[in-house]
Design a binder for this molecule. Structure first.
Ligand code: PMV
Length: 326
């Protein structure tokens, strides 16, 4: 079937999408080895808008170029007659870059959705958008599991497991991080990481190849934590949640993905509750943002401590909607 992309009224319209960042509650790194991970989308968002123009933008960022190519190839294979068009665009984001909040995945998801609509004149299912955003993520990060783009696309609490490249379980859960924990969850900065996600994933791979038995054992133990954290969210069991978070941190330290600066920050913050790094981590310098599950009675002292030492932080506010057309 041939779909004609050109339609006069479309040329006036601005196409605008927003997609959220994410926090991995449990399972980062082990998720690359087929283990499950649990993540929530958060209220920090990236907005992308695109509009027809006579010219194409000069010095198109490499990432945008790539997403456009992936979308155009997909549409061409699916019966759309596509010719590259001129456009202008705008990106606004409040997601910190390279700190474990999934900024690149949010970019891939929002831009994929917008380019699909820009070139086809219609909206696509999130399943298709997510698959194409994952193709972009693979170009950016070499061997990503796909959890970041899946959470950003579908939103809410997502249980993710990649069995093989062609079979993934992306389960959008019908419950969220319990509302009553809302004043206890914080994202606290441990310092910028020097390594990229791809480098950190590759460093775990090297260690795993040297001692697969030991590393598989760690991944299996992380899987247990992820299930514990999952059950704790469903049953709203705060103590179980804290236990899973603490144990997950111990195992991430064993994996060697958090360096001295990050571990020191974790130890200081453990005075206020349970703490884990979240995302790829960081060894050479900081490790990005840490998830802090604060004991309710220590919340005020945590905030005074963070303010006193001028440590950047965000309250963790979950998002339930994922990718949205605005
Ligand atoms: O790069 P980040 O911080 O969004 O974390 C990615 C999570 C990893 O498990 C380390 C990699 C992946 O692709 O799942």
């Amino acid at each position: 079937m041939l779909h004609l992309a050109g339609c006069w009224f479309r040329f006036m319209t601005v196409i605008k999408y927003s997609s959220p960042g994410k926090v991995i509650l449990s399972g980062e790194h082990s998720v690359v080895y087929g283990k499950p991970a649990l993540a929530s989308s958060i209220n920090l968002k990236l907005h992308f808008s695109i509009q027809d123009d006579k010219k194409r933008p000069e010095n198109l960022p490499k990432g945008l170029d790539l997403v456009e190519r992936i979308v155009v190839e997909y549409l061409s294979k699916n019966g759309f007659e596509i010719a590259l068009r001129g456009f202008n665009y705008k990106i606004d984001s409040d997601i910190p870059i390279s700190e474990g909040f999934g900024s690149s995945a949010a970019f891939s998801v929002a831009t994929t959705a917008a380019f699909l609509e820009f070139y086809s004149g219609r909206k696509f299912e999130k399943v298709v958008i997510n698959q194409l955003a994952y193709e972009a993520e693979k170009m950016f990060h070499e061997n990503p599991s796909g959890i970041d783009n899946s959470v950003s696309c579908f939103g809410g609490l997502v249980y993710f497991r990649k069995e093989t490249e062609f079979l993934k379980t992306i389960h959008s859960l019908d419950f969220y991080l319990p509302e009553k924990w809302k004043n206890s969850l914080f994202m606290v900065f441990s310092g910028s990481r020097r390594e990229t996600t791809a480098e950190l994933v590759a460093s775990v791979k090297q260690l795993y190849l040297k001692d697969p038995e030991n590393y598989l054992k760690i991944f299996n133990q992380i899987e247990d934590c992820t299930k514990e954290v999952l059950v704790s969210c469903k049953t709203q069991d705060f103590d179980l949640f804290k236990k899973g978070v603490n144990r997950n941190q111990e195992l991430l330290e064993k994996l060697g993905v958090i360096g001295k600066i990050g571990i020191e920050k974790v130890r200081e913050l453990q005075n206020f509750g349970s703490v884990k790094m979240t995302g790829a981590g960081g060894v050479l310098e900081g490790s990005g943002y840490l998830l802090v599950v604060c004991d309710p009675e220590k919340k005020d002292s945590l905030i005074s401590y963070l303010n006193q030492y001028k440590i950047k932080f965000y309250p963790l506010i979950p998002d339930s909607r994922g990718l949205m057309k605005i």
